[in-house]
Design a protein around this ligand. Structure first.
Ligand SMILES: CC(C)(COP(=O)(O)OP(=O)(O)OC[C@H]1O[C@@H](n2cnc3c(N)ncnc32)[C@H](O)[C@@H]1OP(=O)(O)O)[C@@H](O)C(=O)NCCC(=O)NCCS
Length: 374
């Protein structure tokens, strides 16, 4: 009897979720029923983080309490700071993020408590401390002093403050906030599925998020925003763009920042992020990457009918904001912690061990021959 194999689990529905969905009727990614672009226009990132974690948008009082808790949880332990100081300066910041969350798991007083309330408290600690740890490493590897988090700054403002020692103008902060909202959640993508798989053995949230970070690092997933920037830097100037992309397609290369397993005719997050990329380019008075962006996009659609995904506009946006390229995927991490945590909590509440089958195509049965006769 032949077994049908769904490689990459393509098209396989493995569970239910109430957290997010790409709704075909509005052709958009939705979080708990709200279109992501609607949330970008009307809410700050902390409001959306609350929504993803709790199921509904907060009222004023709930939002104040949520922000207060996140700000109170930002401080890193002395031992985590010591670990960050010992990490090689050349380490990839995604590996630093993974290590930092793992160390937080060693230290957390509730690591072994998987109850919904403990998981929510641990989520807040991971959510608050991970950007602080990353920003600390951002400075340490440049030989600079760590900057303390500030309680009067929002999640996004505080990240700029700790990386650069200053908060940029409000339009740049808004563009960053929008990118965090757009990156926050995307159903059963590979890192979220990794987190749910780890959780399904009743393992803990620090372990599940550590595994999710490792999964997000790959260039076919979160790592694509960094690859987009490497590509744009290689292209150097708009005049080179058309020739470069045509050659890449002739060579059958995969062009980073294009294509998606779910969206086959355009990622609904792209128009919003493209708009904010344009705003940042205008503020920074640098149109070069926008021009390259438009040329590559046109050729990809004309020749392959393949559309950009959200990593395509976020890459050059983060570059213009001043972040080092290898910090782009870590920025994705600090946002996606919300989506991962919501899925981990959901998995715990309806858990079934994830254990698929494989069709064996190895050697037939054989007996061990003594080593001298092999
Ligand atoms: C995201 C991605 C892994 C989705 O993969 P998928 O659903 O398995 O789709 P496939 O890889 O099977 O692609 C289908 C076809 O489109 C082509 N294609 C898809 N994305 C492409 C890209 N970015 N550049 C060039 N061709 C691409 C494939 O080569 C394939 O062509 P073929 O049928 O002639 O072999 C894939 O589009 C990709 O590698 N993109 C670049 C990485 C990236 O930006 N990732 C971030 C995702 S949010």
């Amino acid at each position: 009897m032949s077994i049908e194999i769904k490689k990459g689990l393509m098209g396989v529905t493995v569970d239910e979720t109430s957290i997010s969905k790409v709704m075909p009727e509005i052709n958009s990614l939705t979080y708990r029923g709200y279109a992501a672009q609607d949330l970008c226009a009307n809410c700050g990132f902390e409001e959306v983080a609350y929504l993803i974690l709790n199921g509904n948008l907060p009222n004023k009082k709930q939002l104040i309490a949520f922000k207060k808790e996140e700000r109170a949880d930002r401080k890193l332990s002395k031992s985590l700071i010591k670990v960050l100081k010992q990490i090689p300066k050349k380490a990839h910041p995604m590996d630093v993020a993974r290590t930092a969350v793992s160390v937080m798991g060693l230290e957390d007083k509730e690591t072994f408590d998987n109850s919904p309330k403990a998981n929510m408290r641990k989520t807040m600690r991971i959510f608050a401390k991970t950007p602080v740890a990353l920003a600390a490493f951002y400075r340490l590897r440049k030989g600079k002093k760590i900057i303390e988090p500030k309680k009067n700054l929002s999640f996004a403002e505080n990240f700029f403050h700790m990386c650069f020692g200053k908060v940029p103008n409000k339009d740049i902060v808004k563009a960053f906030d929008v990118s965090l909202i757009l990156y926050a959640e995307h159903s059963f993508n590979v890192s979220t599925f990794t987190a749910r798989t780890i959780t399904s053995s009743l393992s803990d949230i620090h372990g599940a998020i550590t595994g999710a970070i490792a999964s997000l690092k790959g260039p076919l997933h979160g790592g694509a925003n960094e690859e987009v920037m490497h590509m744009m830097k290689k292209i150097k100037k708009p005049e080179n763009a058309e020739k470069w992309i045509n050659k890449a397609l002739d060579n059958k290369d995969v062009v980073m920042g294009f294509g998606h397993r779910v969206y086959k005719s355009g990622d609904s997050r792209v128009p919003t992020m493209r708009e904010y990329f344009g705003k940042v380019a205008k503020i920074k008075k640098d149109k070069k990457f926008e021009k390259i962006y438009d040329i590559l996009e046109k050729v990809m659609i004309d020749r392959k009918n393949i559309y950009p995904n959200v990593d395509y506009p976020t890459g050059p946006t983060y570059h213009l904001m001043g972040f080092d390229t290898d910090f782009f995927t870590p920025i994705f991490v600090i946002s996606r912690i919300t989506g991962w945590a919501a899925h981990i909590i959901e998995q715990h509440s309806t858990n079934k061990l994830i254990r698929p089958l494989a069709a064996y195509n190895g050697s037939k049965y054989r007996k061990v021959i003594e080593i001298s006769k092999r």
